[in-house]
Design a protein around this ligand. Structure first.
Ligand code: GLP
Length: 242
């Protein structure tokens, strides 16, 4: 894994944007794997600004998101579908029918997982953007998820519910179940960009890079990927220095 440590969140976003821009400029039909969470917001803001200022077009780009809360509809402000529209899709020229995400309201969860897995199999991602959970999860692949997993539903770890509670009015409102892209599907992307910022990610980043490659720390699977770049700020990378 290539490791880039920069000063702060803004620099992480700048570097991530540089790599994203290279992919999209090089291939106007690129397929992007996108992530939610607060970490990629700076990247998305730069994609929007670049679209507005330089006309970089996403009209032929396709996107697939990592995960979605179960039981939360796409028009609910807490859904990841809503998050993506608000923070990126509504502000660039991507066609919404080309921007895919699991349907949190699917009545048959198994059928929905199968549908999404088939879709992913037919749209290999040129680049996958990832954040990392403080427990080392990627997407909603919690510790213990098999490396060969495909799209599945998951009971969220207590620590994830606590971490994500900051985005809800009350902790009781945080959904306990989610749909997530599996680890083997994440690994299929040609290039992976994992972003980590803030001191609360330092242990997960350290474990991912210096610990064992183990299903107990899902992000460690990325060490097996031939083209994965970690971009982190000094706080998240603090334990890598010694
Ligand atoms: C959620 C998402 C992950 C994301 C993580 C970290 O659990 N499912 O994809 O990486 O949060 O979020 P943040 O970037 O806000 O720290």
């Amino acid at each position: 894994m290539k490791i880039i440590i920069v000063k702060d969140y803004e620099k992480v976003s700048d570097k991530a944007f540089e790599i994203m821009k290279e992919v999209v400029s090089g291939n106007p039909e690129a397929v992007l794997g996108l992530a939610t969470g607060t970490t990629p917001l700076g990247l998305y803001a730069r994609m929007i600004a670049d679209h507005e200022e330089n006309g970089t077009s996403y009209a032929r780009v396709k996107a697939a998101n990592l995960d979605e809360y179960a039981g939360v509809g796409k028009d609910n402000p807490n859904s990841y579908a809503y998050f993506m529209r608000k923070n990126l899709f509504d502000k660039i020229d991507i066609k919404l029918e080309n921007a895919h995400i699991e349907n949190g309201m699917a009545l048959n969860a198994d059928a929905e997982c199968k549908r999404y897995a088939e879709l992913l199999a037919n749209m290999p991602r040129d680049i996958q953007v990832l954040g990392i959970g403080s427990n080392g999860h990627i997407a909603f692949n919690e510790p213990g998820t098999p490396f060969d997993s495909v799209t599945h539903t998951v009971e969220l770890a207590e620590s994830t519910v606590r971490d994500n509670a900051r985005l809800f009015d009350r902790i009781e409102d945080v959904p306990r179940k989610a749909f997530t892209m599996g680890l083997s599907e994440i690994m299929q992307a040609k290039k992976i960009l994992i972003l980590a910022t803030g001191a609360n990610k330092a242990d997960a980043v350290y474990g991912m890079i210096r610990g064992e490659v183990t299903e107990q720390l899902p992000a460690s699977v990325l060490r097996k990927h031939p083209d994965c770049v970690l971009i982190c700020d000094e706080a998240a990378g603090s334990r890598l220095k010694n």
